[in-house]
Design a protein around this ligand. Sequence first.
Ligand code: PMP
Length: 407
Amino acid sequence: TLDFDVQRVRADFPLLSRTVHGKPLVYFDNANTSQKPLSVIETVDRHYREHNANVARAVHQLGEEATAAYEGARDKLATLINAGSRNEVVLTSGTTQSMNLVAYSYALPRLQPGDSILTTVMEHHANIVPWQLVATRSGATVKAAPIDERGELIVEKFFEMLTPEVKLACVTHVSNVLGTVNPVREIARECRRRGIPLVVDGSQAVPHRPVDVQALGCDFYAITGHKMLAPTGTGALWARREHLQAMPPFFGGGEMIREVRFDGTTFAEPPHKFEAGTPNIAGFAGVGAAIDYVQSLGYDAIRAWEHALLGYATERLREIPGLRIVGEAADKEPVISFLLEGAQATDLATLLDLEGVAVRSGHHCAHPLMQFFGVPATLRASLAFYNTREEIDAFVAALLKVRKLLL
Ligand code: PMP
């Protein structure tokens, strides 16, 4: 961690030097969306200044440049997560779209009344609601495996619940609320043994840790670009080739067809079969730049720095009387949910904002998890590699100050 030059890294992120309410910004809402380095901002800007055209249809120079940027992002994503082939990477608008694609195109045609989908109590709504929608249509049900007080999945219980009527299992790699890392490899092994396909929500994993979908052994892996330095409205679904081959298209339109006739349209091969219409081309140019940025730092350096920050922040927060950290998994990414006795999370977040500190308060799109902990909301400080110890000190000082105002 000593040779991680955080000040040099921060200089790459223009937004980090702004003030909020007259105070230096402390941005601890990274699990919500990350800030963007200049290389991403400039790539998007350059795309519109110099390369703008539609993809995959024009033979002119600009069309080829735009296609190269878009398809280049697919190559980089495939390398990032070690996909078996670039054709296993469907470009989407984010995890939400990726999950809905699996729900409508893979799950729905396979579900019968009496079947079920197994997920967990710690999921983001994007890994619950799509399954409920297709379950309602097919007469299937959605059930959720429990977690313990530390915020860890009770893995044995999850395995027990993998009964024969379960047709799909869905877990998050990393919890957006608790930071908990789930043992995806072990879960995938157990699912495979029982012939149950596994969907993994990788939204909060790729910003922090190297991911190898082949080593994990899952069937589907969803990611979102905007939490890992890329523009909003970008993401991907990785799926095993045989699944993509078997899945009917979800959206229909231009770009996803081979030939359109009123007596029978034929479709393009995956992944293009799932990419109807004009995509977020500039955004994916930015995805390419974002992946280059992550790889220029390297996950080893990112992890070492983030985990040093996580340890320091946890230690400093524990000094605050009446503060309770929610989620203390043994293996966690730099996300800290907490409550302060006697204060509402939203009041605290509003007052912290006046001190320049951006944290999230609320249910974090995880109602069932809030119900499990018996709270309506938590505060969440989520860190990134461009955060510093000094920011943690400023955050703790601000917390102590607003605590006095509220209590
Ligand atoms: N899953 C998890 C774990 C998330 O944290 C998020 C974003 N908060 C999503 C899914 C949804 O991602 P998006 O809104 O980018 O589709």
